[in-house]
Design a protein around this ligand. Structure first.
Ligand code: PLP
Length: 372
């Protein structure tokens, strides 16, 4: 049996009858960059995240970059974040010649440990970027409390977490800005790159709208120094169709997570692997279903040999990346992140995953541990 890590083909086939006419309509209109379809999607995503404003941009990375630009981040400013995330979270900090300052994660949720946050803040801290990793919100109450008491903006990296919620508040709806990615492998994926920034702050939204078009508010008059980072009408046409299905896809992902829990338990594997822990307050949307085991590398190879897609998100924490040796962090500095990087393995969790496929994944993992 073959079980891919993600099956975008299955999703496409289920809604092609809606997607193709939507794409065709854009072809007939011949309006490709921003425009009414993007405006419509912005409204829908703002409503979905619970913010008054949403600004479509070219990618999740640009959503983060533009957020920092709009907040006036300058060279030498410090931005506090987690070392256990996708590179983009800190790449954008470095592009502005600001400095990523890392705080270790909590071992159970893989999210920034708020207990270590205050100690990382200095008078040069310009923003905090919590990441809602794998689809589960970071501890926003504690993070926002610490940030507000020091008047520091919070940029939510919600790229993996559209639809996730904590105490009933959706990801991207609590920080100063929320950053979403429509990269095809995210829970709401376009047919290419795309992103969105959500915010409650009208003047910030206005700056963001200018910054994504070279800092101009009217043609050829540049108030700010911006960039070219816009969302395409074709992406909006695809995403508008997919957004209608997002909640039911999310429920399927959550059902699959429950299925894994049951199957791993029944197979007697709960002392061999650690399944994802979900905090009581959280509604997890499982962009990834990430288990931990000390036999990670061998298990990964075994699963691949047996036709089961799997991937290590992420094998090297950011403070140990070659390009960040200049930051001067030693190995051992963030032990929880470093251990997670040795032990994590993500398994197929996509909505169309069948019971048979899921059973096969767990059976194969059982066979692996029985043999070792
Ligand atoms: C995907 C992702 C990004 C970047 O999004 P792109 O659209 O690929 O630029 C940023 N942060 C995290 C945590 C992500 O998973």
């Amino acid at each position: 049996m073959n079980v891919p890590l993600l099956d975008l083909q299955a999703q496409f086939q289920s809604i092609r009858h809606e997607l193709l006419p939507s794409i065709e309509a854009v072809c007939e209109e011949q309006g490709f960059v921003l425009g009414p379809r993007v405006a419509c999607l912005e409204q829908a995503i703002g409503k979905y995240a619970g913010t008054a404003h949403a600004v479509g941009v070219a990618s999740g990375s640009d959503a983060l970059l533009l957020s920092l630009m709009a907040l006036g981040v300058e060279p030498g400013d410090e931005i506090v974040t987690t070392p256990f995330t996708f590179f983009s979270t800190t790449g954008v900090i470095s592009r502005l010649r600001a400095i990523p300052v890392f705080v270790d994660i909590q071992p159970d949720t893989f999210n920034l440990d708020p207990g270590q946050l205050a100690a990382a803040i200095t008078d040069r801290t310009k923003a905090i970027i919590p990441v809602h990793l794998f689809g589960q919100c970071a501890d926003m109450e504690k993070i926002i409390h610490i940030a507000m008491s020091r008047n520091i903006p919070v940029v939510e990296d919600a790229c993996q977490a559209i639809g996730a919620a904590r105490n009933g508040v959706r990801a991207g709806g609590v920080g100063t800005t929320g950053c979403f990615s429509f990269f095809p492998s995210k829970n709401l994926g376009g047919f290419g790159d795309g992103g969105m920034i959500t915010t409650h702050d009208e003047s910030l939204a206005d700056r963001l709208r200018a910054l994504r078009v070279h800092g101009s508010r009217s043609d050829y008059h540049h108030h700010l120094i911006g960039m070219n980072s816009r969302l395409d009408a074709l992406q909006a046409a695809v995403l508008q169709v997919k957004l209608k299905y997002l909640d039911q896809w999310t429920e399927k992902r959550r059902g699959n997570a429950k299925g894994y829990q049951r199957l791993f338990e029944r197979a007697g594997l709960l002392d061999r692997v650690t399944l994802p822990a979900v905090e009581q307050a959280n509604y997890h949307v499982y962009n990834q279903f990430t288990i931990r085991t000390s036999k990670r590398d061998q298990l990964s190879t075994y699963l691949t040999e047996h036709g089961i897609g799997n991937k290590i998100y992420y094998p090297v924490p950011l403070h140990l990346q070659e390009c960040y040796q200049v930051l001067g962090y030693e190995k051992g500095r963030f032990p929880v992140s470093e251990q997670a990087a040795q032990e994590v393995l993500s398994l197929p969790i996509y909505p169309e995953l069948s019971d048979e496929q899921q059973g096969y994944v767990v059976q194969t993992i059982k066979a692996f541990f029985d043999a070792c």
